[in-house]
Write a protein that binds this ligand. Structure first.
Ligand code: ATP
Length: 293
């Protein structure tokens, strides 16, 4: 992480806090005011109440063990929310619930103000515009960067199951834009199997971006990356926020420091603390369970 990049985001966070004085370490709503607010349009996610994602009193147990325990959390449109917490805190399970992989025993999970995610299947939730990136990159190693991105469009229902697939000009433009965003314009013909670990992660993020997701859930995106790749990933995420909403689970505090506005600390399946990184880092409870003394 260069000092310039950290400084740049520190300035950004400062400006953000100045513009949103209601954000404090203890707000349940976190960065609710952080993003843009749009009028409700039929077929679009209704974010007129300033929330793209809303979880209320969500619980799930596995064999009697409460992995998620009355978890309440919300995210503003365009926000980049960082989630930290000790191993077993429930971070992955929370993402499983949002994406429909795991059904909670109780609670409410809404996408915007009107879409009750608990009524939909995992595939339907993905189609709605919630993209998920798991820790390990899962690109098609035999295919080129271009073909991987093209394939991401083919999986979009709107394209249909046509055997002969040709990009229209809008799709070509989108692909070029995504290539640029993920810093892979120069590797467009390279076979994905020959990319570095970081480049594979960016390619997979690019595949999600091809479908223009409204919300991106990213699980430990910089694990295994070099310092330079981590830095470029920070730049990438900062460039995505505002256009997309992002939820990033990470353990790398330097990375979190560079990208975060609001950090939510999960512990024992619920929110232990929330605020700027500096606020949660000085919270005795967080130091006790996660950051160490
Ligand atoms: N399908 C399952 N069956 C049984 N227990 C589970 C299941 N999924 C998760 N758990 C348990 O729930 C708790 C929360 O797990 P989860 O993977 O969500 O934590 P996490 O915060 O993502 O941890 P890490 O940082 O290690 O990835 C853990 O104790 C885990 O063992």
């Amino acid at each position: 992480m260069t000092p310039e990049l950290m400084e740049q985001n520190a300035r950004h966070a400062e400006a953000y806090r100045a513009a949103h004085p209601s954000i404090s370490g203890n707000t349940e709503s976190g960065g609710r005011e952080a993003g843009f607010s749009r009028l409700a349009v039929p077929g679009e996610v209704d974010v007129t109440h300033g929330r793209i994602l809303y979880l209320e009193d969500v619980s799930v147990s596995f064999d009697g063990f409460k992995a998620i325990n009355k978890l309440s959390l919300d995210i503003a449109p365009g926000e980049l929310r960082c989630i930290i917490g000790p191993n077993g805190a429930g971070k992955t399970t929370m993402m499983d619930i949002i994406t429909g992989k795991t059904r909670p025993d109780e609670g409410r999970v809404f996408f915007g103000s009107t879409i009750d995610l608990l009524r939909y299947k995992e595939s339907e939730i993905a189609q709605m515009g919630i993209g998920r990136k798991f820790q390990k990159p899962t690109v098609f190693e035999q295919l080129s960067v271009f073909e991987n991105l093209e394939l991401a469009l083919k999986t979009n229902k709107a394209v249909g199951a046509s055997m002969v697939f040709k990009l229209d000009s809008a799709q070509s433009d989108r692909l070029a834009e995504v290539l640029h965003t993920i810093h892979l314009s120069e590797c467009v013909s390279r076979q994905a199997g020959f990319l570095s670990h970081g480049q594979k992660q960016w390619l997979e993020i690019g595949m999600l971006l091809m479908q223009d997701p409204k919300l991106l859930l990213l699980d430990e995106p910089v694990a295994g990356m070099t310092d330079e790749e981590t830095e470029r990933t920070a730049e990438l995420f900062l460039s995505l926020k505002g256009k997309h909403s992002l939820m990033v689970v990470e353990h790398d505090m330097s990375f979190i420091n560079t990208i975060s506005d609001i950090v939510t600390v999960l512990c024992d399946g619920s929110v232990l603390a929330q605020g700027t990184l500096a606020q949660v880092q000085s919270d005795e409870r967080v130091i006790e369970v996660y950051l160490g003394r």
